[in-house]
Design a binder for this molecule. Structure first.
Ligand SMILES: Nc1nc2c(ncn2[C@@H]2O[C@H](COP(=O)(O)OP(=O)(O)OP(=O)(O)O)[C@@H](O)[C@H]2O)c(=O)[nH]1
Ligand SMILES: [Mg+2]
Length: 200
């Protein structure tokens, strides 16, 4: 899949703001500052489609981007920074939680993890929850340009060996070099096709 058109549609602050046209949606989840907006920009080859910031917690609404007129990429608010509390629900924010549990058109989730830190406790909670909810998901390890190949291997083999995330599909990605971009796009296309859309 190649992205030929990408446009911002709405920054949803409530369920009623979300599009009602039934197009399939792929959502981007992960802690604040992990690189969700940067990934969307890189996929679309657009520098400023999604707003990025070095200040964590910048994206506080669900930002919808229509891709090729046939699907939405949804940039979710980052978790773990602005929202306090101990449970996932509280830390995700209630709108995101309601979106993830109740949105019929949500087809798949791209779960971002900072490659330098590896998965956090909350990342594990998210993945457990995605599995339980039977939502198809892809792990994307971001900012791999900031890691030596050796450190990267170490992190990935730790992930592979520690049970919970072993065997999970993943892509290593850099918004700086574009590494992993094609693989993420392929995965999105597949996810949308399985859902009955075309991705073209
Ligand atoms: N070196 C490097 N920096 C990155 C990469 N991806 C994102 N960044 C930087 O990390 C910071 C946060 O990126 P964003 O894309 O805004 O992160 P976000 O997940 O959308 O953050 P919130 O909207 O706050 O949840 C920015 O300064 C980006 O330039 C990457 O792959 N490599
Ligand atoms: Mg963002």
């Amino acid at each position: 899949m190649e992205i030929s058109s990408a446009e911002f549609v709405v920054g949803a602050v409530g369920l009623n703001d979300m599009p009602g046209d039934g197009l399939p949606e792929v959502a981007f989840a992960g802690r604040s500052n992990v690189g969700k907006s940067s990934l969307i920009n890189r996929l679309a080859k657009r520098r400023n489609l999604a707003r990025t910031s070095s200040t964590p917690g910048k994206t506080q609404q669900l930002n919808y981007y229509r891709i090729n007129g046939c699907l939405y990429l949804v940039d979710l608010p980052g978790y773990g920074f602005v929202h306090g509390g101990t449970d996932l629900r509280a830390r995700l924010g209630s709108l995101t939680e309601r979106y993830l549990t109740g949105r019929d058109t949500l087809q798949a989730v791209i779960q971002l993890i900072d490659a330098r830190r590896g998965p956090t406790e909350l990342d594990h909670v998210m993945v457990d929850w995605l599995r339980q909810s039977q939502i198809s998901f892809l792990l994307v390890f971001t900012k791999v340009d900031k890691l030596s190949r050796g450190k990267e291997k170490q992190m990935l083999s730790a992930v592979e060996s520690t049970g919970e995330l072993a065997g999970t599909e993943y892509v290593t990605f850099s918004a700086v070099s574009g590494r992993g971009r094609v693989d993420v796009l392929k995965w999105i296309q597949q996810a949308v096709q399985q859902a009955g859309g075309t991705g073209h």
